[in-house]
Design a protein around this ligand. Structure first.
Ligand code: MRU
Length: 370
């Protein structure tokens, strides 16, 4: 996607890398929307910090960063011991998005049997491949989701924009490019279909207000930021045609785990007959589990994210302020699970399917024996 007229991915190999091996660069997402700052990652520890501190975030981008994190570790020391240590460090950074574990395990399976001297090169090549695959997958998700938006537009007699609602940020910043939930929206806009997006602010970290609103604005897509509690009201008044969100982990039975608050939007959508779609790339499916509520670990993040809020002053300084009484305890579960029964359909790179075991297996028949 373009920022200020220049094409960016959310992660890339530094220009001074030699023969595909070198430092990696990212966009520091904690600085958006008030500043566009890129950072250079040189070591495993820096890659792990980037994931843990959410300089990068979003399930697919976390996976891509973890792949490059292993490559950075092996550039410094390609021994068996360092390979295993690096994998452990990366897997411990964030527990919910399954793409992270998927990427690390994918690389481990390829690197364990390889000679130490060949490992760094192989890791960098595979990390680059994971990034390219993510871009292709998300473009394809967009193509399938575009059909839904086009149908909604035609259904409304082409008389008014299609009103979509999304939660958190599942745009290009959450992936390597295009995004998952936002990819259909970008593609509909590019195809000339009038769209308008209700953007949930997504407390506590405000990924909607900070990142989704910024991305949509950069791309010229009409949008309105709303507080997280407004969506149900808008649905009751017929002002939402379609909800599309992302997911950090989808079970083999179609339960989806996404940013905290997604479940409440799905409930409101169900009660108001608003279609609720979830967009996901294949690597976000955890084929080893069925029951999202019982089996997905929910990340508990620092209380300061709830107790404080960051913003920019009239003088242009970015600052944090406290919102709550000093003595009040806070809880900060970062994700919730939406049961498959509340999901109208899953938009994948292979097409759209019902949120069910049968639906997913029809699209991914090679998973039949798992
Ligand atoms: O905590 P975050 O910002 O990493 O959470 C991101 C989300 O919940 C996204 O919706 C999800 O990763 C899907 S992104 C394509």
């Amino acid at each position: 996607m373009k920022v200020g007229g220049r094409a960016y991915r959310s992660i890339w190999l530094a220009e001074d890398a030699k023969d595909g091996i070198g430092a990696v660069e990212i966009i520091d997402q904690t600085r958006l929307p008030h500043g566009f700052v890129t950072r250079r990652l040189e070591t495993l520890e820096e890659a792990a910090t980037a994931i843990r501190e959410m300089w990068v975030r979003g399930a697919p981008l976390i996976g891509a960063t973890a792949a490059y994190g292993l490559a950075l570790a092996l550039r410094a020391d390609p021994s068996d011991a360092n390979l295993e240590r690096a994998a452990e460090v990366l897997i411990a950074t964030r527990p919910t998005a399954v793409n992270l574990r998927w990427a690390v395990e994918d690389l481990l399976a390829r690197l364990r049997p390889a000679a130490a001297g060949a490992r760094a090169g192989l890791a960098y090549a595979r990390a680059a491949e994971i990034c390219d695959q993510d871009v292709a997958i998300n473009r394809s998700i967009g193509g399938h989701g575009l059909g839904l938006i086009r149908a909604a537009w035609e259904d409304g007699g082409r008389a008014r924009p299609v009103n979509l609602l999304t939660h958190c940020n599942a745009g290009w910043l959450a992936t390597v490019d295009w995004g998952t939930a936002l990819s259909p929206i970008f593609q509909a806009h590019d195809a000339g279909i009038p769209v308008h997006v209700w953007v949930d602010e997504t407390r506590p970290r405000n990924q909607g207000a900070s990142l989704t609103a910024w991305e949509l604005g950069q791309h010229g897509v009409a949008h309105t930021v709303i507080v997280d509690n407004a969506g149900g009201h808008l649905m009751q008044h017929g002002r939402v045609d379609l909800c599309i969100t992302g997911t950090d982990r989808t079970t083999a039975a179609g339960d989806v785990c996404n940013k905290i608050g997604t479940y409440l939007k799905a409930l409101a959508a169900f009660d108001n007959d608003v279609p609720f779609y979830v967009a996901l790339p294949g690597p976000t499916i955890d084929w080893s589990i069925e029951d999202g509520l019982a089996e997905i670990p929910i990340e508990e993040r620092p209380g300061a994210e709830v107790a404080e809020i960051a913003g920019v002053t009239a003088a242009g300084a970015v600052t944090r302020v406290r919102l709550i009484p000093e003595a009040s305890p806070v809880a900060n579960p970062a994700f919730d699970v939406t049961p498959a029964r509340l999901v109208t359909g899953l938009i994948t790179e292979r097409g759209i399917c019902p949120a069910s075991r049968e639906g997913l297996r029809a699209l991914y028949p090679e998973r039949h024996n798992q």
